[in-house]
Design a protein around this ligand. Structure first.
Ligand SMILES: CCCCCCCCCC(=O)SCCNC(=O)CCNC(=O)[C@H](O)C(C)(C)COP(=O)(O)OP(=O)(O)OC[C@H]1O[C@@H](n2cnc3c(N)ncnc32)[C@H](O)[C@@H]1OP(=O)(O)O
Length: 249
């Protein structure tokens, strides 16, 4: 297995976290003048097979913080390290879906943290500046308003940059701005959802799908789609297209 390519950047993420995190506290709290922001450990989520945590540190690694200040609207913050292994869309640039996922993750966790058991119904992302991996970003999410079962949130993504004197700072230029609408689960449907709180812990009896199962299923699915939808020429388009793209970069 090749070595992770994020060593330098990883330490940059840690250095930025060190600026934020009050190291004197074992709870890893960020202390600001007005509020305390608590780190949420992935371990708190029970056996949830979380998509963003399945990537491996060489692709995506992040830490999540939520504010616990009851006198203000809660906020959520992500400090993320985006590695170089499989994170690009346009060659040389971070895939916008990854940036969107980070914004969605910050907003979704904020909604749940604030007591709204809600799903993303709508997600809008304005990409304001390209991001090149490896990158370190900060995501700030907040609740804009609530109306009945609707929770409107926003999130801004900023790059963490190294200044000329070697210190780290959040760039003032936003990389992406996201807004979302989350809908709180209908009470009648809520029991059908296994939340992390109620999910079985280690030794879970729920059978997990293996990678072999997935490969089998995908092969069957692809074969079936090819037969019904693809003309014979289509299967080579992607390969030829990629060859052209990579040759030109
Ligand atoms: C532990 C922490 C976990 C943190 C998670 C991290 C973040 C990850 C978040 C996700 O990835 S969630 C997964 C992706 N989202 C989904 O799978 C949701 C799929 N969609 C649905 O399940 C349903 O469409 C949904 C639950 C969102 C709404 O269905 P409902 O049947 O409950 O609601 P309904 O259709 O009755 O709509 C309720 C209201 O919302 C409005 N609405 C629903 N979808 C909308 C939409 N897309 N845009 C605008 N408005 C929408 C709808 O018009 C209506 O407005 P009014 O009350 O004013 O009439």
């Amino acid at each position: 297995m090749s070595a992770p390519q994020v060593g330098v950047h990883e330490s940059r993420t840690d250095a930025y976290l060190a600026l934020l995190v009050n190291n004197s506290s074992s709870d890893n709290n960020i202390s600001t003048s007005s509020r305390t922001v608590r780190e949420v450990s992935y371990q708190d989520w029970g056996r949830s097979a979380n998509f963003t945590r399945a990537q491996g540190a060489e692709r995506l690694d992040y830490r999540l913080f939520v504010s616990d200040d009851e006198t203000e609207h809660p906020t959520a913050h992500i400090v993320a390290q985006i590695g170089t292994d499989g994170t690009e869309g346009v060659p040389g640039f971070v895939h916008g879906g990854l940036t969107s996922t980070l914004a969605d993750t910050a907003m979704g966790n904020l909604a749940w943290h604030a007591g709204y058991k809600a799903f993303t119904a709508n997600l809008n992302v304005d990409f304001r500046a390209p991001l090149s991996p490896p990158a370190c970003v900060v995501v700030d999410a907040k609740i804009e308003k609530t109306e009945g079962r609707k929770v409107y949130l926003s999130a801004d993504v900023f790059e963490v940059q190294e200044m000329q004197d070697g210190t780290l700072a959040r760039s003032n230029d936003v990389v992406a701005e996201a807004t979302s609408l989350f809908i709180v689960m209908d009470k009648a449907k809520e029991t059908a959802v296994t939340t992390p709180d109620t999910a079985p812990q280690n030794g879970a009896s729920t059978p997990r799908v293996t990678n072999d199962d997935i490969r089998d299923h995908t092969s069957t699915c692809v074969a079936s789609v090819r037969e019904t939808l693809f003309s014979p020429g289509w299967s080579t388009i992607e390969k030829d297209y990629l060859k052209t793209v990579w040759a030109s970069t």
